[in-house]
Design a protein around this ligand. Structure first.
Ligand SMILES: *Cc1c(COP(=O)(O)O)cnc(C)c1O
Length: 387
């Protein structure tokens, strides 16, 4: 049986896959085993930060694999401690809890916020405001946090205590804060799955002011926007705010499953032994890779991300069949006259992998994609957008 047939027969039918079997690659080029090569602007959904089988990352991961692949959290582990130090030094956050995915990083953020509010203000302060059109994960609680009914409908009842505010609507936010007992406000500064929609500076500033005034925690979901994706190390850094809790995953591990929940000074001591845990969380191999990834996201790399972003936006804006370009850094959404799915198919047939977010064509290239590959890929996209 072919891979596609095996998949169809034995894998739960949760994904609408593109008709490509990715077998190998290097940097921003991936191959399908049938002799086809693609320029990869999808990076496994913003996961392969430095592309596929990046030499430095492979070396860091391999070195750790030869030492020990897993220890459990019953013992100390050097890569895990190193990574936590690096995250705190680079963000000013105080402590880190490690998990294996974005949903888990958000679960931890939600638990931390609820415990802080219960300890400090009373157990009735348990509501968490999230935004309409947000995406926070697929577990029952992070689904509840996700402000999109389409994801909820078959899985009720969900975890209680979430309330949804329209993105960029300060009046709605003010009203919901007044009407509920709020523990935290949680948001993605660029809504990724929601269609690559950046929040406005005014709205994020209002969140920050309202949070400060009411002792409400600010949770930045940086699962997709984190780790250099937006041109800053974390997306919130574009807005001049300081969240109390930052969750991240996707690009942090550079390709291995790793989630992190960073706790700021208000909440650094909220957890005690037994409050939370994970068997795999902080896996030494994943952490060794992440130390390599994070230590390479420096000012020079981030300047490159901004430059590449500007190049893409400048070329796409005003191109035939392009309605608008949204996003930040190397997290961009193209609204097209043609159906986005059609554009994506045409790009793939011409050797460029891009993905969808709502009705948009979404680009999430490697942060170090070579300029000549980017130029080639943009040419293909521009052609595919034409009617
Ligand atoms: C992808 C994503 C998640 C969920 O991450 P998983 O690793 O799939 O659990 C949560 N929040 C945001 C903003 C995401 O983009």
């Amino acid at each position: 049986m072919s891979v596609k047939e095996l998949d169809k027969q034995y894998i739960a039918d949760t994904y609408a896959r593109f008709p490509v079997v990715i077998t190998e690659g290097k940097g921003s080029i991936v191959k399908d085993g049938e002799g086809n090569e693609y320029i990869d602007l999808a990076t496994g959904i913003a996961v392969n930060t430095f592309g596929v089988s990046d030499d430095e990352w492979v070396a860091a991961v391999t070195k750790q694999l030869h030492c020990v692949q897993h220890t459990s959290n019953l013992y100390y582990s050097e890569p895990c401690a190193e990574l936590a130090k690096l995250l705190c030094e680079k963000t000013g956050m105080k402590k880190v809890f490690f998990s294996n995915s974005g949903a888990e990083a958000n679960e931890c953020a939600i638990k931390a916020a609820r415990k802080y509010a219960a300890d400090k203000k009373g157990a009735e302060y348990n509501t968490i405001i999230t935004l309409k059109n947000s995406f926070h994960g697929r577990t029952v609680t992070t689904l509840a946090a996700t402000g999109q009914e389409v994801f909820h409908k078959d899985f009720l009842p969900l975890t209680e205590g979430f309330c949804y505010v329209e993105a960029n609507n300060i009046a709605d936010l003010t009203e919901k804060v007044a009407d509920n007992k709020i523990a935290a406000i949680m948001f993605e500064c660029v809504q990724g799955e929601g269609g690559v929609m950046p929040l406005t500076k005014e709205f994020v500033t209002a969140i920050s002011q309202i949070a400060e005034k009411n002792d409400i925690l600010m949770i930045a979901d940086e699962v997709q926007t984190g780790n250099g994706r937006t041109g800053k190390l974390y997306g919130y850094m574009n807005y001049g705010i300081t969240p109390d809790i930052v969750s991240t995953a996707k690009g942090l591990g550079g390709g291995l499953p790793l989630g992190a929940t960073m706790l700021g000074s208000k909440v650094e001591d909220v957890f005690k032994p037994g409050s939370h845990g994970s068997t795999f969380g902080g896996n030494p191999v994943a952490c060794a890779g992440a130390v390599n990834i994070l230590s390479r996201i420096d000012e020079e790399l981030l300047a490159g991300v901004c430059k590449k972003s500007k190049y893409i936006v400048d070329r796409l804006k005003g191109a035939e069949g392009v309605v608008s370009v949204s996003g930040m850094g190397l997290m961009l959404g193209i609204e097209t006259v043609k159906d986005a799915g059609e554009v994506i198919d045409e790009c793939r047939k011409n050797g460029v992998l891009v993905i969808k977010a709502k009705n948009k064509v979404r680009l999430l290239p490697a942060l170090n994609i070579p300029n000549e590959l980017l130029e080639k890929a943009v040419n293909v996209i521009i052609n595919a957008c034409k009617q």
